[in-house]
Design a protein. Structure first.
Length: 186
């Protein structure tokens, strides 16, 4: 499996540490339709682009971390996910929002486990995707957090040493604004 693309690669000179927000994809950025892997399957969660813009403006790095067991299940391949992420990235950029890097785990213990064993530690609730991003980007852990729509997302955040917040739907920008207000961010 090729190295996963990122919207913005770390510079050759190390950027300054910054807080980061790790977003789950399906159910947080886009409506979860089950195994989305094509642009025609993507409907943004209410005000998701605005939420990403708010995080960008507040000085947060924004990362997407998503389990994609549809790959192990044979429903689509890594190329489909990477193509979709490039499309989502371009759409968000068109709307003035920036994702700094994307990670996904194709691993599922019940489907082709041996084929994707190298990514087993990336499948949430394991923290592998978050830790990989923290290795490649200087992140201020104490100010960083994750937003996910499942308990496994929050567990991955805790295992990575950051706060995890459960998003149950609605307006993502309002949810993000509420999280940033007690931190003195806007």
């Amino acid at each position: 499996m090729p190295d996963q693309p990122s919207a913005v690669s770390p510079a050759t000179t190390a950027p300054a540490p910054a807080p980061a927000v790790f977003l789950d994809r399906d159910g947080v950025l886009n409506v979860d339709v089950g195994y989305a892997h094509r642009p025609d399957q993507i409907d943004w969660v209410d005000n998701a682009p605005a939420a990403v813009r708010r995080l960008n403006a507040a000085g947060f790095r924004v990362f997407v971390v998503t389990n994609q067991s549809g790959i192990a299940r044979g429903l689509y391949d890594c190329d489909a996910v990477e193509t979709l992420h490039r499309w989502m990235d371009a759409e968000l950029q068109r709307l003035g929002a920036r994702i700094d890097a994307w990670r996904y785990s194709p691993y599922h213990p019940d489907h082709q486990a041996a084929r994707f064993a190298d990514k087993a530690s990336w499948r949430k609730p394991a923290p592998g995707m978050l830790l990989d991003l923290m290795r490649h980007w200087p992140v201020e852990r104490e100010r960083s957090f994750l937003i996910g729509d499942r308990k496994s997302d929050v567990e991955a955040a805790r295992a990575a040493g950051i706060e995890g917040h459960l998003f149950t739907g609605g307006d993502l920008d309002a949810f993000v604004a509420a999280l940033l207000t007690p931190r003195g961010e806007r």
